[in-house]
Ligand binder design. Structure first.
Ligand code: FA5
Length: 339
């Protein structure tokens, strides 16, 4: 039996438990021999009992050995399967990235920070839910002013609305500014809302970056130089701008600003330049300064309102503004510098 069991246990994939049952189980071969002893003489019992027990112990040992060997082998196989090759290139996790409109706003902010402007984006100075007073009246747009129709408004109550422009931030900052500490130079980036019907170039919610400089002897030339610098930052060094007369109630004179679509060199003929309208601007109306407690005889100011959504359309050739708001990752990933 010992030989038989040893031979069984030597098989590589042997079921150790089955071997145990065959030889040592209740109905097993050794158990059978030991059970049958009752019919033997005392001497025979002694001998068979001794041998039987020795064989049983020997088989038990073999079984334990085999079990241990099998367990060790299984562990080894498991470890081999789980080996980690630290030299393999990793799978890069998918990272989020700033939205293309945020990227443009960040570029604009970085540029104006470099020119010494403060950035006003705290909701107390730049709230999206505004009062009629700041959004319109303080911008020289009294209640019955026809120019209110230029911006169709989402009213919450007759006095409270979703701001239609970032211009109200001007008044919120001007009325607090301490001019004994120097001129005011600020930009205010943020969201604005209008009851425009959404189409390829209009969204009911879009972005603006307001700019305002108030100081002594601020002139239209300062405005033009400032706007040229931001346009060249966004579109390239060789692009030119052009100011066209326009109308805003809060600036006088008011201008609309065009940027050249192509680079302009010394050889470019003026009639060949293709101009694209990008923003509104002007010299701040004396009424606006007065309402904010500033003497227009002592201080002058310029202001501008940029539309980053339209900039992004021009810069990247996006034909439909609604693309920016659909959150289709295939569209947005094109602007992700990390690819
Ligand atoms: C204004 O909102 C003035 N507050 C700008 C200003 C500020 C003028 C300071 C003078 C001094 P306007 O309504 O033109 O102006 O809007 C400014 C820019 O916002 C536009 O040039 C355009 O780029 C963008 N814009 C206007 N309406 C929409 C719209 N529905 N969807 C996307 N962009 C728009």
């Amino acid at each position: 039996f010992l030989k038989e069991a040893t031979a069984e246990l030597a098989k590589p994939d042997v079921d150790v438990e089955a071997v145990r049952v065959t030889f040592l189980g209740k109905k097993g071969k050794i158990t059978g021999v030991l059970k049958s002893m009752k019919d033997l003489s005392i001497d025979e019992k002694k001998e068979v009992g001794q041998v039987g027990n020795q064989v049983r112990t020997a088989i038990q040992e073999k079984i334990e050995e085999k079990k241990a060997a099998q367990a060790a082998k299984a562990l080894e196989e498991k470890l081999a399967a789980e080996t980690l090759d630290v030299t393999l290139p990793g799978a890069a996790p998918k990272l989020g990235a700033p939205h293309v409109l945020q990227q443009i706003m960040d570029e604009i902010e970085a540029h104006f920070l470099g020119l010494g402007y403060q950035i006003i984006d705290d909701p107390t100075d730049s709230p999206e839910v505004e009062t009629d007073e700041y959004n319109f009246e303080r911008e020289n747009l009294p209640k019955d002013h026809p120019a209110r129709d230029m911006q169709d408004t989402f009213y919450i109550t007759p006095e409270i609305l979703l701001r239609t422009q970032t211009s109200p931030v001007q008044s919120r900052v001007m009325e607090k500014h301490d001019f004994s500490k120097g001129p005011l130079k600020m930009i205010a980036p943020g969201k604005v809302y209008r009851r425009d019907t959404d189409d390829a170039t209009h969204s009911h919610q879009f972005h603006q970056v307001e700019g305002l400089v108030v100081g002594k002897n601020i002139t239209m030339a300062d405005l033009k130089g400032t706007l040229l610098s931001i346009m060249q930052e966004l579109f390239g060094e060789k692009h030119q701008i052009r100011l066209r007369p326009s109308y805003f109630p809060f600036t006088e004179p008011s201008v609309e600003v065009d940027v050249s679509w192509d680079e302009v060199t010394a050889d470019t003929k003026p009639e060949d330049i293709k101009w694209i309208e990008v923003l509104g601007a002007g010299m701040t109306h004396p009424n606006v300064l007065k309402m904010d407690g500033i003497d227009p005889e002592e201080y002058t100011a310029f202001a501008f309102g940029l539309g980053p959504d339209r900039f992004a359309m021009l810069k990247y050739g996006v034909e439909d503004i609604r693309q920016f708001y659909l959150n289709d990752s295939r569209f947005l990933e094109q602007f992700n510098e990390r690819g």
